[in-house]
Ligand binder design. Sequence first.
Ligand SMILES: Cc1cc2nc3c(=O)[nH]c(=O)nc-3n(C[C@H](O)[C@H](O)[C@H](O)COP(=O)(O)OP(=O)(O)OC[C@H]3O[C@@H](n4cnc5c(N)ncnc54)[C@H](O)[C@@H]3O)c2cc1C
Length: 381
Amino acid sequence: MPRSTDVVVVGAGVFGAWTALQLRRTGRTVTLLDAFGTGNTRSSSSGATRVLRVGYGADFIYSQWAQYSAHAWRELFREWRQELFIRTGVLWMSRDDSATNATIDTLSRLHVPFEVLDRGALDDRFPQFNFGPIQRGLLEPEAGVIFARRAVQMVVRQAVKQSVDYRIAAVAAPTGAGAISGLETSDGDRLTAGTYVFACGPWLPKLFPALLGRRIQSTRQEVFFFGADAGDRRFGPPEMPAWLDMAGGVYGVPDLEGRGFKIGLHHQGPPFDPDLDSRTVSDDALQVARMILSKRIPALEHAPLLEARVCQYANSGTGDFLIDQHPDHANVWLVGAGSGHGFKHGPAVGDYVATRLSERGGAEARFTLDAHRDDAERKIF
Ligand SMILES: Cc1cc2nc3c(=O)[nH]c(=O)nc-3n(C[C@H](O)[C@H](O)[C@H](O)COP(=O)(O)OP(=O)(O)OC[C@H]3O[C@@H](n4cnc5c(N)ncnc54)[C@H](O)[C@@H]3O)c2cc1C
């Protein structure tokens, strides 16, 4: 018996899960499915932690979305009485005054608290760091870290509580042209709906190779967790914030839940197939992480590696998300290209999709297919 709802959302990563929930909140009936289950280890939303900050240089829309989303995440955690956000503060390490000044401007406009720290203040406040070429710091004290896998699974629990039909099954991408009338699932069901949203993260270019193969690059990204000495609390909150050095291609998350001090390499890694490629970390990346540690956080130079993970970014050329209608299938929407910074924005992405489907809101040019060309220069970090 075919199951029919207003919308089918394919992919229950952070974008799909929030899209399903926000659509349901507008009164639509929704089916949400995921090939391996929400928060599965292959998905980009499955990491231990994701940084939630509001600063985005001059890119006001991402700051607005992050602020809106932070509120929505906190509401969800309150409703389930399980706090999955830790207010560690987020420290921007700045080599470039123009990006920092733009961030100061945006945070001021949005009334987001921040502190500007000159080099002397940085050295005094965070003696664990050797700041090297960093000249200034911008601290967002209200920002912090979300426990990602548990958070996205909570979004799906909330969606189910609000009567979203959630299933574990895969579907193939539509072929041919024109509006589609249904999707066959891997377990032999047929789902029908007015609208189909494909929020398949790094699988999108595999599902739609002609349209997205060059617009979204899935890349290998590695993260490492190092252990401080017994009893040494300098590398967890409140002593250590989450931190970002975008120009240096690196970010860090303090030790949370005893997992270790996380270093992530933010520069774009080699192409990565989310189904087939090896998830064993490379010696080269580990060496880079160790080199960064020895320069930046000398006390951890010889710290043991506790854990390491390979995940993937789904990068657009500019770093902007892709949220648009499929040009050949009027009732199919494509939602993805989180580009290594999408997790925090899940609620706003879902809200934007719900608004676009209701034809109330206009399209934001930067999220359209037209804006995503393969020769674009990366602008959003
Ligand atoms: C190492 C790392 C660090 C990051 N750090 C941050 C950070 O600090 N802050 C931040 O905001 N963001 C961060 N990000 C980015 C963020 O995690 C991603 O942008 C976000 O998780 C993308 O979510 P998604 O829903 O688009 O994709 P995914 O989470 O990958 O979800 C896609 C889902 O689709 C399903 N699927 C695929 N194909 C099918 C099919 N045919 N049928 C059914 N289901 C299917 C998959 O099983 C998967 O669950 C980071 C990413 C990585 C990898």
